[in-house]
Write a protein that binds this ligand. Structure first.
Ligand code: ADP
Ligand code: MG
Length: 303
């Protein structure tokens, strides 16, 4: 399983035109295409910048009805799934294996618990930045962040991936599966059906849950830094090549891996290994193949 960060499509400092997104995607997808010669592959992905842009589009327009967050997440699964799928298709063709490898992207739901304490304390900032005056007129909860006022939503824990059986079957049939985009569409059970809720699920935690549920061997988290560092952005910054579960827990507690960025990647890797996974690696988008070969990134190991 490769979990692609939002920066695989829109890099920091870019506006995120479709052309930019397609160009950026070639870097990880070319490597994944080559790896698919040897491995069965699941691709999951973030959606932060894309869902933010859709929210901004909504707020700039009052001609059509506003859509709830769960619908916007579904939209990003469609748009990003399409971009990944078409890029992967052309990279597989270039390798001459395009006709053998079927691929599919799935709209994915992830069950969360209505009683999750995160719902009492929405803390995940999403979407555009507003002035204090504008924020006061908005129909949802906002909070002051370092960038300005932003909407905040709950970020509950993923309980189970609704399509896990379908994904397992597709993998068994040798499909490359793109799923759990943006952490999945958060739903709660209502009797025998599901109902979408206003929340976002961390894509690294949702990926770890899916990895556990379908029995993934290698869990690779690809982002915009070379791995996990101690004293990140301090003069004594030190990237780690290996990190034991014991040290990971200690450094997490000491605040080396903050919530909302490196923290959930470390927690996801820990959960994956504790659930019986074989290898968990955090690496950069550029070094996916090297990390699989054990030559790049931070590998979290038992011990
Ligand atoms: P993604 O979209 O891939 O999930 P995030 O922005 O959520 O990316 O997480 C990656 C970011 O985590 C890096 O760009 C880096 O700025 C930040 N970060 C925070 N602490 C650390 C750390 N200890 N080591 C490495 N990166 C860190
Ligand atoms: Mg992230």
């Amino acid at each position: 399983m490769v979990a692609l960060g939002g920066n695989a499509l829109i890099r920091k400092g870019q506006v995120g035109t479709v052309k930019e997104q397609f160009e950026n995607l070639r870097i990880p997808i070319r490597q994944i295409a080559r790896l698919s010669n040897q491995y069965r592959v699941i691709i999951t992905h973030g959606n932060g910048p894309q869902v933010g842009n859709l929210m901004l589009q909504q707020e700039s327009c009052d001609v059509v009805p506003q859509l709830p967050l769960e619908i916007l997440v579904a939209q990003t699964q469609g748009q990003i799934g399409y971009m990944i799928e078409s890029t992967l298709d052309s990279e597989l063709m270039a390798l001459g294996i395009g006709t053998q490898k079927p691929l599919v992207s799935l709209i994915s739901y992830v069950v969360v618990d209505e009683e999750d304490p995160a719902f009492q304390n929405p803390s995940k900032p999403i979407g555009p930045v507003h002035t204090k005056e504008k924020a006061a007129t908005l129909p949802y909860v906002t909070q002051e962040t370092p960038k300005g006022y932003r909407r905040v939503v709950a970020s509950p824990k993923p309980i189970t991936i609704v399509e896990k059986r379908e994904i397992t079957k597709l993998i068994d049939m040798d499909f490359i599966v793109i799923c759990c985009g943006g952490g999945g569409i958060p739903v709660i059970r209502e009797g025998r059906t599901f109902c979408g809720v206003d929340a976002v699920i961390d894509k690294d935690l949702a990926s770890a849950k899916l990895a556990e549920e379908v029995g993934v061997d290698i869990f690779l988290i690809a982002t915009d830094v070379e791995g996990a560092a101690l004293h990140y952005r301090q003069p004594d910054q030190q990237y780690l090549r290996t990190l034991t579960l014991k040290h990971a827990a200690r450094y997490l507690k000491q605040g080396h891996f903050p919530p909302g960025s490196m923290g959930p990647k470390i927690v996801a890797a820990m959960q994956f290994l504790r659930g019986g996974g074989k290898r968990a690696v955090i690496t950069s988008i550029e070094a996916i193949e090297e990390a699989i070969a054990g030559k790049a990134g931070t590998e979290i190991i038992r011990g």
